[in-house]
Design a binder for this molecule. Structure first.
Ligand code: IMP
Length: 463
């Protein structure tokens, strides 16, 4: 008789991974949610697994404020280890600017609180230059111009540069970066774009050697943080420590599940967390999906945003001013964002990817819609009802939103911390979201500050 091999039972004392992802088009308040969850003391590690300097997470707490792009939001806590996982795109020059901003808060970045995977992919000068050049011409997609599509494309071509090359293949790295800059200079010389437009975008011929030397200096500065993060992540989990994974962008911008080609170039969904860090699927506990009660999109003018608020005055009221804490302008690009009604059909596709709990953000801004707010509950695509958004800009362009309408309220709810104290119409809207999206609402954001949160389901805070 063949012997049946016994499988080792899962280690019951091992740590777990909770994950926060966005369900709209980014900017759902993921950074604030992470910041809030880390305050529970349940997590020893906060980890990013996708995206790069294209992300923008704004944190406010105790009169402090910081804009993070690549560094995980756990950096605000002295005892938390932050990890930039292998699925991320690391821009060494931008990250040094971030370190200076972090230092202003009295926090010193070192390998005690931040590690960068040696197999993440590095953004090189030519990636950013080509992104800018393409944006200035006919290939415009409304990107953040951080070079993401070019670093991702070289990753897929399997010719990308990873931090490990700083140590193991410096000559190949140099050759690749220099030849990229030379290709850019040639592309600039061949470009048919109006020269004044090029100059306006800062697109001028580059001295390859000088440009590479300054990039390399930045890369060497971050080298002490570069490690093989895979065994480090697993050691923490084996030791029973929990990890909070922080998604950048959102399921709507995911390269596979988002509105292709109008999203970004990485996997911002739960699957992206697994590959972008090396965590096993069995180690994931809660997957928290952040969904905005007032949606918007940077670059929304370049693609279908089907719940867009067309009324200019209402959109301006919703957007606020660039100087407002909740002013709706790109954190990375500074561009005014298109304003839109909440879109449950878009969120539902993301929820299907594994979300266990919802975080609703910006409930305090709902009265800005006026007396009523519309929620898209499904799409109509040429007479066919779709419950979930298609992962295609071509199909989305053929869709219209099917709405349900709800009365709003007039009072300011930003000071409320108990669910029962919310106006009845606000509670009805929250409960509608739970029923329509078939997931419990864990927390509700009522302002930009870390503490402006209503905990609806305290189980989310359990270790
Ligand atoms: P890229 O990621 O810079 O290539 O930009 C592709 C698209 O994703 C553009 O519409 C960007 O505005 C959008 N995008 C990328 N990252 C973010 C983000 O963190 N928040 C919101 N939109 C983003």
């Amino acid at each position: 008789m063949t012997e049946v091999m016994e499988l080792a039972p899962p280690a019951i004392d091992a740590g777990f991974v909770d994950l926060v992802i966005g369900l709209d088009y980014g900017d759902e308040g993921k950074g604030k949610t992470v910041h809030c969850l880390v305050a529970t003391g349940n997590y020893g590690v906060v980890m990013r697994f996708n995206g790069g300097a294209n992300a923008g997470h704004q944190l406010y707490w105790d009169d402090m404020e910081i804009a993070l792009h690549q560094v995980p939001s756990g950096i605000a806590y002295p005892d938390t280890l932050n990890i930039i996982g292998n699925g991320s795109f690391v821009d060494p020059e931008c990250i040094l600017d971030e370190f200076s901003d972090i230092a202003k808060l009295g926090i010193t970045v070192s390998s005690d609180n931040l590690l960068i995977s040696d197999t993440s992919h590095m953004v090189l000068p030519h990636h950013k230059l080509f992104d800018k050049l393409t944006e200035a011409g006919n290939g415009k997609q409304g990107t953040t111009a951080k070079g993401i599509r070019y670093v991702a494309s070289e990753k897929s071509e399997r010719i990308g540069v990873r931090p490990e090359m700083l140590t193991w293949a410096p000559n190949e790295l140099r050759e690749h970066a220099i030849s990229g800059l030379e290709r850019f200079n040639q592309a600039l010389a061949d470009s048919t774009i109006d020269p004044s437009k090029l100059e306006e975008a800062g697109l001028v011929p580059i001295d390859s050697e000088t440009r590479f030397a300054s990039w390399l200096e930045a890369a060497h500065t971050i080298l002490p943080l570069v490690k093989d993060t895979f065994p480090i992540i697993h050691k923490h989990l084996d030791d029973g420590e929990n990890i909070l994974a922080e998604g950048a962008q959102s399921t709507g911008l995911d390269i596979d599940q988002g509105i292709y080609p109008l999203g970004t170039s990485s996997n911002a969904s739960p699957g992206g967390m697994l590959n972008g860090s090396g965590v096993g699927i069995h180690q994931v506990r809660n997957v928290i999906g952040a969904h905005r009660m007032k949606m918007s999109r940077v670059g929304g003018e370049d693609g279908p945003l089907i719940t867009r608020v067309d009324d200019v005055k209402r959109a301006a009221r919703l957007r606020g001013k660039p100087t407002d804490r909740d002013g709706d302008f790109g954190r990375t690009s500074g561009r005014a964002r298109e304003q839109a009604y909440p879109d449950n059909a878009l969120a539902r596709r993301g929820i299907r990817l594994g979300v266990t709990h919802l975080v609703l953000t910006q409930l305090d801004l709902v009265p800005r819609f006026g007396k009523e707010v519309k929620v898209a509950v499904a799409y109509d695509m040429c007479g066919q009802r779709l419950e979930e958004a298609p992962n295609s800009a071509l199909k989305l362009a053929a869709c219209t939103a099917i709405y349900e309408t709800f009365p709003t309220w007039r009072s300011d709810i930003s000071g409320i911390r108990e669910y029962d104290k919310l106006p009845q119409n606000a509670r009805k809207l929250v409960e509608f979201m739970e029923g329509n999206l078939k997931r419990p609402v864990a927390t509700i954001g009522v302002g930009t500050d870390r503490d402006q949160v209503i905990i609806k389901d305290p189980s989310i805070l359990a270790a």
